[in-house]
Design a protein around this ligand. Sequence first.
Ligand code: CP3
Length: 338
Amino acid sequence: MKKIVNNLSGNITNTPPIWLMRQAGRYLPEYRETRAKAGSFLELCYNPELAAEVTLQPLRRYNFDAAILFADILLIPQALGLDLSFVAGEGPKLSTVRTAHEIEQLKPVDDIHDTLSPIYETVKILAKELPDETALIGFAGSPWTVATYMIEGQGSKDHARARRWLYEDFSGFMSLITMIEEATIEYLSMQIQAGAEIVKLFDSWAGALPYDYINIVSIEPMQRIFAELKKRHPHIKTIAFPRGIGAAYELANVPEFDCVAIDASVSMEWASTVLGGKCLQGNLDPMTMIVGGDVLKREARKIVDQMKDKPFIFNLGHGITPEANPDHVHDLLEAVRG
Ligand code: CP3
């Protein structure tokens, strides 16, 4: 069994498996070169050969235990009919959905594959080309995080429009969540059929929700997605990443999540107590990948020591940043496995 799947099944390995969020990305010169060749970030996402190529680039440099499909969480809104573009230095820009009537104007869920089929081709190429011991992770955004981009039309500090809709018209708001949920089930099911062995839901903005809504808006939609995927594909392993929810991480102790990814705002030791020994992933501060040296080794060892008798996957608390030094990844691997 692949090392990471072993840990996701609740077992403990000698040293933890490791991969990094955004391991294919702008900190690697070869990524920037391939993106230029593709023309733009979105053209790269929809070009199966080049998307597979950038997925494999970090694996050629580093001996990670998993590869993550190269794509983006905002492809589902695009497949549902929203305009999407990435403006350099400004992040994503989307047309918006702000009323129940505008939800009805979206394309039907059944049509998403017209847009998303190149992504399934990327997964097929990867399933063929990855070394036997490397697991393939598919992913999507959580319904709440994807909804925030659809409602705001861009990244946002306080997600004010999304939270306001939630209070003013809960059932209209929840019908958007339900639609994203249904699209995500079909999208991830196709990724699994194409060869993804693990699926992860990124709920990057879970921490913006008020406590009383975390369960119903963040956790439960992710549970329903994973429950349906496990029904269709009994072998599939699942990771949920409700980022930034602090004390509310206890709400993520549900059977549909084989693993919960933890951000750097809490200690792994605490998370593991609250989550009852469930497999956890995390949680090194991405800043240490810029700083490097003894700081990187010390902070990484601290996490490995806290988690040494527990099912655990080493990762960062959030994605590696464009400013990270690629050489530091070698030092991290040595610190974690040494
Ligand atoms: O982790 C991986 O290597 C797999 C690929 C991946 C990307 N985005 C590629 C990407 C994954 C898993 C994501 C998830 C994603 N996308 C999230 C959730 C995770 C998180 O970071 O919180 C979110 C919120 C998005 C939406 C998104 N995509 C934003 C806000 C941006 C702009 C970021 C910026 O700094 O400009 C993107 C673009 C994006 N997605 C890039 C990459 C490699 C950079 C695009 C580029 O090459 O210019």
